[in-house]
Design a protein. Structure first.
Lengths: 149, 202
């Protein structure tokens, strides 16, 4: 598992040309599907997570320059304007209780699936994530958790 | 208090709370005012303001039945479509003033004693939020020295009019002077009502 904060800022290389394509400006996540959906590699330029072939400590490797695209819909445009930025996002349970602000997210690099959310109040399983909005990340209440919400 | 997350709140504490959608994580409104029924011991719902510093009153209202959860931070609704402006009767009920006057209603026991007047409604916030009592002010009978505010549990049967709340005289034994201790009072009072036949109640 990798923390998204460690991936942010990494350079992006093309597997086809071995050239630098940019660096990771923003990591787009969405809930559902509770995963990293795309990487912003330059102004208005995105690469789908599905086109990422490797996530190393020194570079993120993308299939080719042809993977670069622009926002596909209004939600991605909002994501590029920062509406859904995860860092610092308020976390609220579906019971209406505050659970801190997002400090970091951990993902499974092979699938892009989010596994763990670290907030200012503690750690919670990403399986509880329900929705991501411009206002907050909505999380399911769980009585058995250290951070029930 | 059935779980670690249940919580007692004054209804007026909800004023200014954001109204947040569970399906999208968006704050679609904030609570302007809390509207109580006068003919039943219940909240009818909320009037709303737009959020932000330019926020003024919204046309839409939020009916109690559409509230998914009340928390320390937010009033949760399933989806933005749960705000309503189409149901004329509901909007009139919530925006009109005729339902607001449970606040300042007199509280009278069935023994004919005035306990004070209602200053707020107390909610138990859990999986299913419910009204569990009232905050009573100006209660010289209950707090002869301070004349301050006390909390009384909501009886399971209660007559309410636009003028007064009629409560069993036994409620006096279950009064709490702070909200923290009030949850236990509610439980004890309900147990008392369940286990004591009406003819044996004081």
């Amino acid at each position: 598992m990798r923390r998204l904060s460690e991936v942010a800022g990494t350079k992006v290389m093309s597997k086809a040309s071995a050239q630098k394509m940019g660096k990771i400006e923003r990591i787009l996540v969405d809930v559902p599907p509770r995963r990293v959906t795309a990487l912003q590699v330059a102004r208005d330029e995105l690469v789908d997570w599905a086109d990422v072939s490797g996530v190393g400590h020194d570079a993120v490797v993308v299939s080719s320059e042809e993977s670069v695209r622009t926002a596909a819909d209004a939600r991605e445009e909002r994501a590029l304007s920062g509406d859904f930025d995860w860092k610092g996002k308020l976390v609220v349970s579906d019971r209406g209780n505050e659970m801190g602000n997002v400090v970091d997210l951990e993902l499974d690099e092979s699938s892009g699936q989010l596994e763990v959310v670290h907030t200012t109040e503690g750690r919670l399983e990403a399986g509880r994530l329900h929705a991501l909005g411009s206002y907050c990340l909505v999380v399911r209440h769980d009585d058995s958790s250290d951070l029930p919400g | 208090m059935s779980s670690s997350t249940s919580l007692l709140l004054r209804a007026t504490d909800l004023i200014g709370h954001p109204v947040v959608t569970i399906d999208a994580g968006e704050a679609v409104a904030e609570v302007k005012d809390v509207v109580y029924g006068t003919t039943e011991a219940a909240l009818l719902g909320f009037t709303l303001n737009h959020r932000g510093f330019l926020g003024g009153p919204m046309k839409q209202v939020l009916a109690w039945a559409r509230v998914a959860a009340l928390g320390r931070h937010a009033v949760m609704i399933a989806t933005a479509g749960d705000l309503d402006e189409r149901d004329d009767v509901l909007v009139e009920d919530l925006k009109g003033s005729r339902h607001r006057n449970v606040i300042s209603s007199e509280v009278i026991t069935d023994a004919g004693e005035r306990l004070g007047e209602v200053t707020d409604v107390v909610l138990l916030v859990d999986a299913e939020p419910e009204v569990v009592g009232y905050e009573i002010g100006g209660s010289e009978v209950l707090t002869p020295h301070s004349g301050g505010h006390v909390f009384i549990p909501l009886p399971e049967t209660l007559a309410v009019s636009g003028e007064a709340l009629m409560v069993p005289a036994a409620v006096r034994d279950f009064v709490s002077d702070d909200l923290a201790g009030f949850g236990a009072s509610v439980e004890r009072f309900r147990e008392h009502l369940r286990t004591t036949p009406p003819e044996h109640r004081p």
